[in-house]
Design a protein around this ligand. Structure first.
Ligand code: DCP
Length: 283
């Protein structure tokens, strides 16, 4: 995520204009200097440098479970990553939004967030320049469903009939179905999603007229039977920006086995029973 936030921001044409206006400054150097400055400011504002102090803050917030390892180190790394994303520019809000939306998931195992933005023809007065929000969503059961009304098991658990896959509305589907603005043929409409789009979502994304997709390679190329991720790699006609997690040194391979939907990790196995009882109340 950090990588594609940085790359997209570095490639933004406003930087080139600033560089030109500055009498032919180097856009890459300009970007690096700005990013470094922002990183310092944001780190000073949001990162607790002292670990003991950080643990104390978590305890006061009633979050003792985050104080033990590996949760504590993971939490600090997530915070550093998020600050890194925030320090980049153009796409940072969109990516952070998608990431935050993922925390609202109703899937007990994996949270996915999606947000759609479009680039209009003229500036708007809400501070977002030409960009305007088209829709957003996260993976969840149909709106209005009651606690435990639908199964929540994943592919690692038995009894195919009782698995979650056929009932959950995907983050991208939710963002597209409940969008608050139409997608226009002649505008650049961008989808930001925290997990590789699955084979059911890819045709919907194309049909809706999305022009750019920003995502990760998480599960890309996998066929898990209940859900598969084969089509996105082959997708043509849509610009793809993919954060390649697997090529990042010290990334996924070092994480403990079970990432939770809230961004933390769990080391123990989830039982089928647990999988059925974690539906959150809807507000
Ligand atoms: N682009 C995507 C991809 C997936 N999902 C949602 C639908 C399901 O709620 C969940 C499925 O994720 P996985 O494919 O990672 O399945 P599991 O993690 O549950 O299964 P496994 O144990 O096989 O990894 O993610 C989504 O909203 N948008």
């Amino acid at each position: 995520m950090q990588q594609f936030a940085a790359e997209t921001s570095a490639g933004g044409d406003f930087l080139e204009r600033v560089a030109e206006d500055g009498g032919g400054l180097d856009a890459a150097e300009l970007f690096a200097a700005q990013r470094e400055r922002r990183l310092e400011d944001l780190t000073a504002a949001f990162f607790v440098p002292d670990k003991g102090l950080h643990r104390g803050v978590l305890r006061r917030m009633g979050l003792e479970t985050f104080c033990t390892e590996p949760s504590f180190s993971n939490l600090r790394q997530h915070m550093r990553d998020l600050i890194g994303v925030l320090a980049s520019d153009v796409s940072r809000h969109c990516i952070v939004q998608a990431r935050l939306l993922a925390y609202r998931t109703e899937d007990p195992k994996v949270g996915v967030g999606a947000v759609i933005w479009a680039e209009g023809k003229s500036d708007r007065c809400d501070g977002t320049g030409r960009m305007y929000l088209v829709g957003c969503g996260y993976n969840a059961y149909p709106a209005g469903s009651e606690y435990a009304e639908f199964p929540q098991m994943d592919t690692t658990q038995e009894d195919r009939q009782k698995r979650k896959y056929r009932y959950i509305l995907h983050a991208e589907q939710s963002a597209l179905i409940f969008r608050c603005a139409e997608i226009k043929e002649d505008e650049n409409t961008m989808l930001f999603v925290t997990k590789c789009p699955c084979d059911e979502c890819v045709p919907l994304i194309v049909a809706a007229g999305i022009k750019q997709v920003y995502t990760t390679d998480l599960d890309s190329g996998k066929d898990k039977h209940d859900i598969s991720y084969l089509k996105f790699d082959r997708l043509q006609g849509v610009q793809k920006f993919v954060w390649q997690r697997n090529t990042q040194a010290g990334d996924v391979s070092e994480l403990p086995k079970h990432p939770l939907s809230n961004g933390c990790v769990r080391n123990c196995e989830t039982t089928a029973e647990e999988g059925h009882c974690t539906k959150k109340a809807r507000f």
